[in-house]
Design a protein around this ligand. Structure first.
Ligand code: SAM
Length: 272
């Protein structure tokens, strides 16, 4: 394991996460009761605009029940559960963090989706699957943790079937010094942001052609404005996953967007 991978894993180590989630959920619903994907959205959609962004990207990617989907860097599985519950497709989630995979597996059972959604620990640069094993790959707020971007996109291409889709939702570097900590990194040692132009070059070099290329920065800024003006969600939320300074991290992310240091990009691409 490289030094960077060890540090990224440490950032998302989330000690005792499943037990903490169980205790928090017990306060709102008994253990035996099935949960819905919507009920967990403040906790398990670990990216800007949460479930709204997942729904938009999934719509643009054109999912169908017969499709095999891989969610690379799946976190605690909110997007994977949303895709399976909404489109009826089978979804596999892979993540570097064993604690996240454990929590993802628990929450999926609580939602009654274990027959359609499975998870395993793995590195997105060495995905534990055969060539052409999937029809669609999702990558939401993961690429900025990965140093070798061309290698990441090449790996996504390898596991996709020809004509398969890569749906990515990421932060891009714009201008000036990024303010840390942010939700994906405490400092620059685990943050590898690319500009929009360099992201496009890396994707094209890996063999992808864009069918959707959209700057979502203003939409994200509008969302932050509304979210930060209201009170924090009352039930379990991402603070439970990332710790007490999560509001500082998200505050810095919003500031980086406002000050044009970062942007938000949604893309869907076809594998050649
Ligand atoms: C900000 S979270 C996003 C999680 C999820 N995609 C979502 O939107 O809810 C970033 C995730 O990427 C994972 N990650 C970072 N580098 C990775 C790698 N090399 N391989 C697999 N997962 C990785 C982290 O463990 C973390 O769960």
């Amino acid at each position: 394991m490289t030094d960077t991978i060890t540090k990224v894993r440490e950032h998302y180590s989330a000690t005792g996460l499943t037990d903490r989630i169980k205790s928090a959920l017990a306060r709102i619903t008994p253990e035996g009761q099935t949960l819905t994907v919507a009920q967990l959205a403040s906790l398990d959609q670990f990216h800007t605009r949460g479930i709204l962004a997942t729904a938009e990207l999934a719509g643009a990617a054109g999912l169908e029940p017969s499709i095999r989907v891989l969610d690379l860097g799946c976190g605690i599985g909110g997007p994977a559960r949303y895709l399976a519950a909404t489109f009826g497709c089978k979804v596999t989630g892979v993540d570097l963090s064993p604690g996240f995979i454990d929590a993802a597996t628990y929450l999926t059972a609580r939602c009654g989706l274990s027959d359609r959604v499975t998870f395993q620990v793995g590195d997105a640069l060495h995905a534990p699957f055969e060539d052409a094993a999937f029809d669609a790959v999702f990558l939401q707020h993961v690429a900025m943790n990965i140093e070798d971007r061309v290698a990441l996109y090449a790996e996504a291409r390898r596991i996709l079937t020809p004509g398969g889709r890569l749906a990515a939702y990421d932060l891009v570097f714009r201008d000036g010094a990024v303010v840390y900590p942010v939700p994906w990194a405490r400092d620059t040692s685990t943050s590898f942001l690319l500009s929009e132009a360099d992201t496009r070059t890396a994707l094209e070099q890996a063999g992808f052609k864009a069918v959707l290329w959209r700057d979502d920065t203003q939409t994200a800024l509008d969302w932050f404005k509304v979210t930060m003006a209201g009170s924090p969600p009352s039930g379990p939320n991402l603070g439970l996953v990332m710790g007490p300074d999560f509001p500082v991290m998200t505050g810095n992310l919003a500031r980086n967007l406002r000050e044009n240091r970062l942007g938000v990009l949604s893309v869907v691409l076809i594998r050649d």
